[in-house]
Design a protein around this ligand. Structure first.
Ligand code: AMP
Length: 143
């Protein structure tokens, strides 16, 4: 079965960048449309009173990083059309919601994200998506 709409979930970690490369290769081979999603994790935009970082500033920093990552990947896919989603919310829930709304037929993501915890088989975002998505999920390991 050829995939026609692939949603790739990224968070700047090396795990997700490798997953993105594999997802882009697959999209190129199958001629599928491709979209990237980077969820701005609201729970991380809390700031740090001691360091004088306000929540709004923390949110801006997260958005900037997300934009840079999405732009970098879009450049790698140079010449091909690519959609970018950057919702603010809960990573796993928003990946699933966006995949459903955009009518993706495959979600591509890494085993782990920024938090590392490589001793776990898969990270929490990946685990939530695997358990709750009705759309097939391709999980790309680092090795
Ligand atoms: P984790 O479950 O956090 O260890 O991350 C596993 C994978 O979930 C990563 O490699 C990414 O593909 C994806 N992911 C994690 N956080 C986000 C996020 N905020 N936005 C989009 N994808 C994410």
């Amino acid at each position: 079965m050829a995939y026609s709409k692939i949603l790739i979930a990224v968070d700047s970690s090396e795990f997700s960048m490798l997953a993105a490369k594999k997802g882009l290769e697959l999209a190129h081979q199958t001629g599928a449309k491709v979209a990237l999603i980077y969820v701005i994790d609201e729970s991380k935009a809390v700031g740090n009173v001691n360091a004088g970082i306000l929540p709004q500033t923390a949110l801006l920093i997260l958005k900037k990083e997300a934009e840079q990552t999405l732009d970098e990947l879009a450049k790698m896919y140079n010449g091909h059309e690519i959609l970018k989603f950057m919702p603010e919310g809960h990573p796993a829930k928003d990946i699933i919601k966006t995949a459903e709304t955009w009518e993706a037929d495959l979600i591509v993501m890494g085993t782990h994200g920024r938090t590392g915890l490589a001793h776990l088989f898969v990270g929490s975002v990946a685990e939530h998506v695997i358990h709750h998505s009705k759309i097939p999920v391709m999980i790309v390991p680092l090795k």
